[in-house]
Write a protein that binds this ligand. Structure first.
Ligand code: SAM
Length: 231
């Protein structure tokens, strides 16, 4: 296998590649709630287990937002692709209102039937002034999706949005970067620890992920579930 160049996708490339043709499901789209979330819900929300504010960066149209809202939390997602935000509602027979966010480059989608709001815009532009602060973050393939050279900025934004003692449940993927190229970007525990300097990081679980069409390319394809708590 030859070494491949690591290419990071821009937000417009994400929108074009995965969200321009809604007749095709993106390969990262889960048809069920994420097992990491259902299994570790009580770790992410120790006390109380309902009524928390939870942030879902780069949310796409994940069903996990429905799980979190149905568990009694206030869910705030951010997603750049307008089509993804609208498909989330369409797929789940939900309706919404929209409004431009004052002083912010976002359109706010308010889901009428559930306690979910999605800011359509750039994850790096979010501030606590716009969306408030959070008890918890669910990051499935968001840190692992963004351009690695912007991770410090991403982590700074996430940190600024967290209440004292806030927790992040994070899912990342690891593979040999000499054999394959993103997306997703390969992530190691060391990278998480180095980037999220204000957090205590612990690994909850590591397991072999279904390789899918990567089967011919990589030997290892591991999913890591991490818990990060603001120090
Ligand atoms: C790998 S997907 C993960 C989606 C979701 N977390 C899930 O579990 O299905 C990454 C998502 O990030 C979005 N995205 C990429 N760059 C972004 C940015 N700068 N701001 C907001 N969303 C972005 C993409 O459109 C895509 O929906």
């Amino acid at each position: 296998m030859s070494r491949r160049t690591i290419i990071a996708m821009t937000k417009d490339e994400w929108a074009q590649k995965y969200w321009s043709d809604l007749t095709e499901e993106p390969d990262f789209q889960r048809k069920k709630f994420s097992k990491s979330l259902t299994k570790y819900h009580n770790v992410l929300f120790p006390e109380p287990m309902t009524g928390s504010r939870v942030y879902v960066p780069c949310c796409g149209k994940t069903l996990d937002m429905i799980y979190l809202a149905d568990m009694g939390h206030e869910v705030i997602g951010v997603e750049y692709a307008k089509n993804a935000v609208e498909a989330f509602h369409e797929d789940n027979s939900l309706t919404f209102t929209t409004e431009d966010v004052k002083d912010g480059p976002f359109v706010l989608y308010r889901t009428k039937e559930k306690n979910i709001k999605i800011y359509q815009g750039d994850v790096y532009s979010m501030t606590a002034e716009i969306c408030g602060q959070f008890d918890a973050v669910f990051d499935r393939s968001s840190y692992g999706a963004i351009d690695p050279v912007t991770r410090t900025t991403y982590c700074g934004v996430i940190r600024s949005l967290m209440k004292a003692g806030g927790r992040i449940l994070m899912e990342t993927l690891y593979y040999d970067t000499s054999l394959a190229c993103p997306p997703p970007h390969s992530v190691t525990k060391e990278e998480i620890v180095n980037d999220f300097t204000h957090f205590n990081v612990s690994t909850l679980e590591v397991y072999d992920e279904d390789k899918g069409w990567w089967a011919d390319i990589v030997d290892e394809y591991q999913c890591t579930i991490s818990m990060l708590q603001l120090k």
